[in-house]
Design a protein around this ligand. Structure first.
Ligand code: C6P
Length: 409
């Protein structure tokens, strides 16, 4: 049985107070909190095993290497990767996507080739492609977002054509909560001989992911959004594609032989792991995956689906509020705005009640323009949030609405 009270006891920070108020942490899409099991894995690593990996033969080095590679295995299983050859540790989603945009894009894209993105991409799945397009002469096209927050799939079918080389899309939106049909996009991409990259920053923490059944060629996610430490994430890529790509960064460990005038590359996945990696963080992420699997991702998804729908319904009842994204089939986050109240002011007022939400453009400025707003407020839930916390949020927003009413223009 999914026992939220028991889960919450694993997260020391949830006992914090903000002034007099208990913390209500609803900024999980930005970063999640960490359970004791992850914090302990980090301390245990530093207290008992700390050494550099893949380099020395002393005991600590062997233990650290084994723990790091074990974490790779856990991540591979968690994402449904057929094996760990294509499982690369990075700093997070941003670095994973940059790796593909540089190491694949700059080698294989030519003038007139097309990369198809969506109008709701996070800057980390847009700016790297803009840079690559500038360098190669490739063109970017964008699948529009419909008014209900879903993708215009008819337009997607039209845009993905013979010149398309890559389709890159978010699996779940960090603003709208929409879950995109990435399997369908992958099928469309493959029909025309293009590749599919999935930005899983907002899906891997919240829903079962299986790269094989998604049918994608690359999948990126961030450890810190899924109970793990900051500074670590994953790129999974089809090994035959990674083999063809040049390295992203040069340095220690990614080489086989180095001469003064040329070098050759290490096997996968090490070819893409230059320099000393974030070893403790990768091990911590392995512990996070253990924790998530202990709960069962299907249960996590179900809990958040119910909470997200409850929040969406309750928030929509507040007079004058605008909520964004589809009514159903959404993840556990809700973006909203109130008339005559800037989201930053609202966020500040909620902070006085102990409630942490995010306000701003959420690093998706083009989508903000599409929605016709400079910013939204966003409450994002995770596996330890409760209906009571949603109620606290709704009540605090209703008070804020009254507070700001005299200033309405
Ligand atoms: N979104 C948010 O508050 P990094 O920073 O590399 O861990 O993740 C980047 C990223 C990529 N794609 C999506 C869909 C994301 O939501 C994010 C991070 C955070 O919404 C911080 S802007």
């Amino acid at each position: 049985m999914y026992d939220v009270a028991k889960i919450r006891r694993d997260f020391p920070i949830l006992n914090r107070r903000v002034g007099e108020k208990p913390l209500v942490y609803l900024d999980n899409a930005a970063t999640s909190q960490k359970p004791r099991q992850v914090i302990n894995a980090l301390s245990e690593y530093y207290e008992l095993h700390n050494a550099n990996i893949h380099r020395a033969v002393h005991l600590l080095a062997e233990e650290a290497t084994a723990a790091y590679e074990e974490a790779r295995g856990k991540l591979g299983r968690f994402l449904g990767a057929p094996d760990t050859t294509g499982l690369i540790f990075t700093r997070g989603t941003t670095e994973s996507i940059n790796l593909v945009a540089y190491a694949w894009g700059r080698k294989f894209l030519r003038e007139g080739d097309e990369v198809v993105l969506t109008e709701s991409e996070h800057h980390s799945n847009l700016v790297p492609w803009q840079l690559t397009a500038q360098a190669t002469g490739a063109k970017l096209h964008f699948i529009p977002v419909l008014d209900d927050g879903t993708l215009d799939m008819e337009e997607a079918e039209r845009l993905i054509g013979p010149r398309t080389r890559m389709v890159a899309a978010i699996h779940a939106s960090n603003v709208l909560g929409t879950i995109n049909p990435v399997e369908k996009l992958a099928a469309l991409a493959h029909e025309v001989g293009a590749l599919m990259l999935v930005d899983g920053a907002q899906s891997a923490p919240h829903t079962p992911v299986d790269v094989a059944s998604l049918g994608c060629d690359f999948f990126a996610c961030s450890g810190h959004k899924m109970l793990g430490p900051t500074g670590v994430g994953v790129l999974w890529g089809r090994p035959e594609l990674l083999e063809e790509m040049d390295p992203f960064m040069g340095g220690g460990e990614m080489i086989r032989e180095v001469h003064l005038d040329y070098s050759t590359w290490n096997d996968l996945p090490y070819k893409f792991e230059a320099g000393t990696m974030n070893i403790a963080q990768a091990i911590g992420l392995g512990a996070a995956v253990d924790y998530l699997e202990g709960l069962g991702m299907q249960h996590v998804r179900e809990h958040e689906r119910r909470l997200g729908e409850y929040a969406y319904r309750r928030l929509s009842d507040i007079e004058g509020i605008t909520t964004y994204g589809p009514k159903e089939g959404r993840t556990g986050l809700v973006s909203f705005s109130l008339p005559d109240v800037h989201p930053h002011d609202l966020s500040q007022l909620l902070n006085d009640e102990g409630i942490a939400i995010r306000s701003g453009h959420h690093c998706v400025q083009p989508l903000m323009r599409r929605l016709g707003v400079p910013a939204t407020a966003r409450a994002s839930f995770y596996l330890y949030n409760t209906e009571d916390e949603v109620d606290t949020l709704v009540e605090a927003i209703s008070h804020a609405r009254e507070f700001f009413r005299p200033f309405a223009v």
